[in-house]
Design a binder for this molecule. Structure first.
Ligand code: FMN
Length: 224
C-alpha cells in the first residue's frame, strides 16, 4: 500500500497510512515511541571492565514470563550495557520511580565506558544478593537477572533475562502487594516526554461460563 504522506505532516486531516520504508528511520522512531505508550523503564546496572559501574535506562522493556520470571529489554545497537552483559552474563533491572527520575535521565548521557556512571549521577552501588552486578541503592525495587539469550530484531538487540532474585522496599508495599500509587513509577513517552500514573481503576475479567448464553454486549464489564 502506498503511504499517504511523504513524512510526518504538521496537521493530519485524513488517516495516516505509512510503510516504514517510506519515511526516515528517525521519523518512524518518533511515530513508534509515540504510539507504544506508556512504556516502563528498565534502569539496567552492570559492571564493566575492572568493575566500573554502569547504569543506563531502557524503555524497550517488559516482563514476558512469570514462572520462572523473565524480562526483556532491547539495546538499539551495541552500547556499554550490552557489552557488559555479553561479557558477564548478569545485570540488575532497577525500577524507575519519580524520586530517581532526574538521576535516571542523566545516566542516559553517552559516558565513555571507563567512566563510572554511579559516581557521575551520585548514585550508590549496592551489592546484589545472587548476581555479580551492582544495584542502584536509591531505587525502590530491583530485579537481579541472568542472561538467557540475545535475539536480534532490526537495529535492536533484545536481551532476555531470567529474574533470579527480587528486592522490594517496604515503602511501596501495602495490603500484601506492591501499591502502584506508593511505587509512583515513571512512564516513558516519546522524545523527552514522561508521565506519572493518572486515575486508577479496576475492570474485572469475565469467564466464558459467565458469558455464554448472554445477549451480545450484555456481559461486557463496564467502568463504574
Ligand atoms: C528514558 C530513556 C529510555 C531509553 N531507552 C532506551 C532503550 O530502550 N534502548 C536503548 O538502546 N537506549 C535507550 N535509551 C538511551 C540509553 O539510555 C543511552 O544510549 C545510554 O547512554 C546507554 O548507556 P550505556 O552505553 O552505558 O549502555 C533510553 C534513554 C532514556 C532517557
Amino acid at each position: 500500500m502506498r503511504s499517504s504522506h511523504p513524512g510526518p505532516p504538521p496537521h493530519l486531516d485524513a488517516p495516516l497510512e505509512v510503510s516504514p520504508a517510506d519515511w526516515e528511520p528517525r521519523q518512524i522512531y518518533y511515530l513508534m515511541t509515540g504510539l507504544v505508550v506508556p512504556r516502563p523503564i528498565a534502569w539496567v546496572s552492570t559492571f564493566g571492565d575492572r568493575g566500573i559501574g554502569n547504569v543506563a535506562p531502557h524503555s524497550y522493556f517488559n516482563v514476558v514470563a512469570h514462572d520462572p520470571p523473565h524480562v526483556v529489554f532491547s539495546s538499539s545497537g551495541t552500547k556499554d550495557t550490552l557489552r557488559n552483559i555479553r561479557a558477564r552474563r548478569e545485570f540488575v533491572v532497577n525500577i524507575v520511580t519519580m524520586d530517581v527520575v532526574e538521576a535516571m535521565n542523566f545516566t542516559a548521557t553517552d559516558f565513555p565506558p571507563d567512566e563510572d556512571e554511579f559516581a557521575w549521577a551520585q548514585l550508590t552501588p549496592a551489592p546484589a544478593a545472587v548476581v555479580d552486578a551492582p544495584r542502584v541503592a536509591e531505587a525502590k525495587a530491583h530485579l537481579e537477572c541472568r542472561l538467557v539469550e540475545e535475539v536480534a530484531a532490526g537495529n535492536g538487540n533484545i536481551v532476555v533475562g531470567e529474574v533470579v532474585h527480587l528486592h522490594v522496599d517496604p515503602s511501596v508495599w501495602r495490603d500484601g502487594r506492591v501499591d502502584p500509587v506508593l511505587l509512583d513509577p515513571v512512564c516513558r513517552l516519546a522524545g523527552s516526554g514522561y508521565a506519572r500514573l493518572g486515575a486508577l481503576f479496576d475492570l474485572p475479567r469475565r469467564r466464558w461460563d459467565d458469558v455464554e448464553g448472554s445477549p451480545p454486549g450484555a456481559a461486557i464489564p463496564r467502568l463504574e
